[in-house]
Design a binder for this molecule. Structure first.
Ligand code: SF4
Length: 89
């Protein structure tokens, strides 16, 4: 595995739609479906959503909306990706 510099892992943040957005909460409580949906709506138009999602899964971010996914959704996705990798090897 080629070592990845931290800058490479997070350079996508420069294009993040949420970067200067203060009126949307990207770390809502799990019960706050209104805030969750608002954050997901922003993520749906974000050009770096895939990189954001992969970063959150790889670094195990346990809170917040990343790449349009809640923490629970990311846990499920991580399992699916791991299964795909196992099947492919
Ligand atoms: S996908 Fe969502 S949380 Fe990730 S950078 Fe884009 S707007 Fe921000």
């Amino acid at each position: 595995m080629i070592p990845v510099e931290p800058d490479e892992l997070t350079s996508w943040r420069e294009e993040a739609l949420c970067r200067d957005l203060t009126e949307v909460d990207f770390f809502p409580t799990p019960e706050d479906t209104v805030a969750i949906n608002q954050a997901k709506e922003v993520c749906a138009s974000c050009p770096v959503a895939r990189a954001c999602l992969e970063y959150a899964i790889e670094t195990r971010q346990f809170e917040g909306i990343w790449g349009g996914h809640t923490p629970k959704e990311r846990v499920k996705l991580r399992r699916l990706w791991q299964e795909e990798i196992r099947r492919a090897s």
